[in-house]
Ligand binder design. Structure first.
Ligand code: MSS
Length: 369
């Protein structure tokens, strides 16, 4: 039986055994549930909401959902039905919360130090297929970007409760205009209409960028001269020192760093031959290689990629056949991307607990008999 809280109603269709319910808005994929699958099924995909999702009624007539496009020569509103006539593209991306692995930061804090936020291990991530239309196609159909455009700013379709300051609550994020080469407006996830929980009827996908930049139930896409001053962009999701406040002059959480973790074996068992497997990805760069260690990083072995390569934004499965004797073994993996970035052993702590990509944190300790 699943430990912790039951699944909240809007995700009651998910596989409870595969998930850890931290709260109604933070639901993590169990590490074992990744298995050796390349694509993460929607039934086991993690969920993170900064605000309660809109009502289920917004996915009743998906094609009627309208997104407002601003910062173009001919601004206007376009429905999902009309977007489907404009273009078609599929991209595999790693959707990963910026705070995935926060627990590994929290575990290193000294007494008196505090880091709030969900204690995700590796399960605030998945590799999924998105289908939609390239944002560039939409922008061009509306006359192209205005001259001073520097950012793509997407706004989520949540209702802002009465009495609260919209800028404090709204999920509105800006990413550099250069991402226009890869951003898509997606209506399908793994070949099916996107569930409400994952942002249906329409989601803005910024491949290679961390979760928060992938706006669910997107209702406005604006090409803007400046980053939004919404709190979630200006005073949150920034890399800053522990104990400091987030501010617009700090680096935003945008591109994901190279990362990997082992998904099997995770349980104590018998000594002998086995296959160590896991997932590795490079964020905006393709992952170039993975090494695995069974002695906590003292010696490393090159692992092989297995299965199809779904493109630079996807993760790849890796495998290393190995023979392990009786005793205790600490399994770790270390990936490298095509730009030459390599996972560090540890990552200096940052106040929000974002972008953890150290190889030591997600180590698996195995006792073999
Ligand atoms: N969108 C919207 N609209 N809302 C919200 O809340 N969140 C974020 C993204 N987007 C939101 C949005 C986050 S933060 C994340 S991770 C993601 O989403 C998640 O996803 P899914 O599908 O998994 O749930 Mo962190 O960085």
């Amino acid at each position: 039986a699943p430990a912790g809280n039951p699944l909240p109603g809007y995700v009651s269709w998910k596989d409870a055994e595969a998930l850890i319910v931290h709260s109604n808005q933070t639901i993590e994929t169990r590490r074992a549930a990744f298995g050796t699958g390349l694509i993460t099924d929607e039934s086991v995909l993690y969920v993170r909401n900064n605000v309660s999702p809109p009502p289920e009624s917004i996915v009743a007539d998906r094609d009627a959902w309208a997104v407002e496009i601003k910062g173009v020569t001919r601004p206007g509103t376009i429905t999902v039905g009309a977007l489907k006539r404009l273009g078609l593209v599929t991209v595999a991306t790693v959707l990963q919360c910026s705070g995935n692995g926060r627990k590994y930061f929290q575990d290193t804090l000294e007494p008196g130090q505090k880091m709030s936020g969900t204690a995700w291990t590796v399960g605030a991530a998945g590799c999924v297929l998105w289908t939609g239309v390239p944002l560039r196609t939409v922008i061009e159909a509306m006359g192209g970007p205005v001259a001073d455009a520097k950012f793509i700013t997407g706004t989520g379709g949540e209702e802002i409760p009465q009495g609260l300051k919209p800028k404090d609550i709204m999920v509105e994020r800006s990413v550099p205009l250069a991402t226009l080469d890869t951003v898509i407006l997606a209506w399908a996830l793994n070949g099916k209409p996107i569930s409400l929980a994952h942002g249906g009827p329409l989601r803005m996908i910024v491949p290679g960028y961390s979760g928060v930049n992938n706006i669910k139930y997107v209702k406005t896409v604006a090409l803007t001269a400046t980053e939004t001053d919404a709190k979630i962009q200006a005073a949150s999701y920034r890399i800053h020192k522990l104990g400091e406040k987030a501010a617009p002059n700090q680096p935003p959480v945008w591109e994901q760093p190279v990362r990997s973790w082992i998904t099997a074996p995770l349980k104590d068992g018998r000594a002998g031959p086995m296959v160590i497997a896991g997932v590795a990805f490079g964020g905006v760069n393709a992952v170039a290689g993975v090494e695995v260690s069974a002695d906590g990083g003292a010696t490393w072995h090159k692992a092989d990629f297995v299965g199809p390569d779904l493109g630079r934004f996807a993760w790849r499965l890796f495998a290393l056949p190995i023979e392990l004797p009786e005793g205790t073994h600490v399994l770790v993996s270390r990936a490298r991307d095509t730009a030459g970035n390599i996972q560090p052993e540890d990552v200096p702590v940052n106040g929000g607990g974002y972008s953890h990509n150290g190889w030591r944190g997600p180590a698996v300790t195995l006792n073999l008999a």
